[in-house]
Design a protein around this ligand. Structure first.
Ligand code: FAD
Length: 385
């Protein structure tokens, strides 16, 4: 794995153990099967309990609720290693840990935490996070999914779109407006009448991760399933900050795999009687890749330290998410070209990463949106509207 500036020295022994455990798992259980699943556009459901066992779901959640009680750098390293395997596998873990377990942990009642967190941590249950709607993507505050109170229940109506894990999820954390127009988090369970999760087909990206809709047709949900601890967009946005942090590390993992693959190939592939790695044009690509990977490693490491100190701002997370996605996308495209015709096949992971990263650069805030967040942060002027 690339480590040009001995970034390894910045990690504790425990962090390296965590990373190596996930790296070994990915090598043994994910890499050999994932290309097939991606080609078939199938979700490898059997890995969910494996990821739970490995501690990839909610690594920063306290152990009392089944989490790992780990620091943010360990969490980041786990996401890096999962995405070295496949962005879809990392997405499954990001959603489960940061978008489902985190809001229940941070904003849930004690009963909700005890009911859901251990089962989500172990992978017995899979969760999903419903924020995006057909007409409200970058502007989720405009959401129209809403509920009315009816005695000790609420009646939920509306629809969510592009929801990772939805078709297989037992539990959905759904963001909807109450009668006062405030955004609230509601835990919806599979089997509730009027709740369905149709799958989204035809994706050319994240093919080994399932995506679907959440449709609510007068779904009767107990009031006890409302997350009591938060109102307004702070709820979903604080979850997104945790997930985006993980993506900043994750996309870097995909970039590392592309770089490693291209470097190896460049030494093996001979044209015009020499290894293609000996040509300046190919060296330029490799030199730029390792430079960008090294810069990004230092950025996410520093961000992790700020997260652990409780000092990271959402805008800092946006910068790292955006940067990692940008460099990973460029590295994947260049690596694919370096592999020539072989680069378009499933013999190598590069084209799969390249296509996956198109989702990673789009979800959890598009590339444009994260740039606007940085712009707003440094100028104090809002360019969104
Ligand atoms: P739009 O918001 O319609 O954006 C279209 C274009 O307009 C983009 O280029 C955007 O950058 C640009 N744009 C928008 N507003 C502005 C502006 N103010 N200034 C300049 N440019 C602007 N959502 C969930 O809630 N849960 C999930 O689990 C989930 N998983 C996903 C999985 C996949 C595979 C994908 C593709 C998406 C997923 N999403 C999920 C949704 C994702 O977060 C949205 O797709 C994303 O936020 C963008 O929204 P949109 O697709 O509606 O694009």
């Amino acid at each position: 794995s690339p480590d040009y500036y001995q970034v390894d020295d910045l990690f504790t022994e425990e962090q390296k153990l965590v990373r190596d455990a996930v790296r070994t798992y990915v090598k043994k259980e994910i890499s050999p099967i994932i290309e097939d699943y991606a080609q078939k556009a199938e979700f490898p459901q059997h890995i969910v309990p494996q990821l739970g066992e490995l501690g990839c779901f909610g690594p920063t959640i306290p152990q009392q609720y089944g989490g790992g009680g780990l620091d943010y750098i360990s969490y980041g390293l786990m996401m890096q290693e999962l995405e070295r395997g496949d962005s879809g596998v990392r997405s499954t873990a990001s959603v489960q840990g940061s978008l489902v377990m985190f809001p229940i942990y941070a904003f849930g009642s004690e009963e909700q935490k005890n009911r859901y967190l251990p089962k989500l941590a172990s992978g017995e249950w899979l969760g999903c996070f419903g924020l995006t709607e057909p007409d409200h993507g970058s502007n989720p505050a405009g959401m129209v999914t809403s509920f009315k109170e009816a005695g000790d229940h609420i009646i939920l109506n509306g629809a969510k779109m592009w929801i990772s894990n939805a078709p297989f999820a037992q539990v959905a954390v759904v963001w909807a407006k109450d009668e006062a127009g405030e955004v609230r988090g509601v835990i919806v369970e599979r089997g509730m009448e009027g709740f369905s999760t149709p799958a989204t087909h035809g994706k050319w990206s994240l093919r080994a991760s399932t995506t679907g809709e959440l449709v609510f047709d007068n779904v009767k949900v107990p009031k006890l399933n409302i997350l009591p601890g938060v109102k307004g967009m702070r709820g979903p946005l604080s979850c997104l900050s945790k997930a985006r942090y993980g993506i900043a590390w994750g996309a870097l993992g995909a970039a590392m795999d592309c770089y490693d693959t291209a470097l190896r190939y460049s030494k093996e592939r001979v044209q015009f009687d020499r290894a293609i790695g000996g040509f300046q044009l190919q060296q330029k690509k490799l030199a730029e890749m390792i430079t960008e990977i090294t810069k990004a490693q230092l950025l996410v490491w520093r961000l992790g330290s700020l997260m652990d100190a409780g000092k990271a701002t959402p805008a800092q997370v946006s910068m790292a998410k955006r940067n990692s996605c940008e460099i990973a996308t460029n590295i994947a495209r260049n690596a694919r070209q370096m592999l020539g015709g072989m680069g378009i096949t499933g013999e190598y992971s590069v084209m799969r990463h390249m296509m996956n990263l198109e989702s990673v650069i789009t979800y959890e805030g598009t590339h444009d949106i994260h740039l606007l967040i940085t712009g707003m942060d440094v100028t104090g002027l809002n360019a969104f509207k």
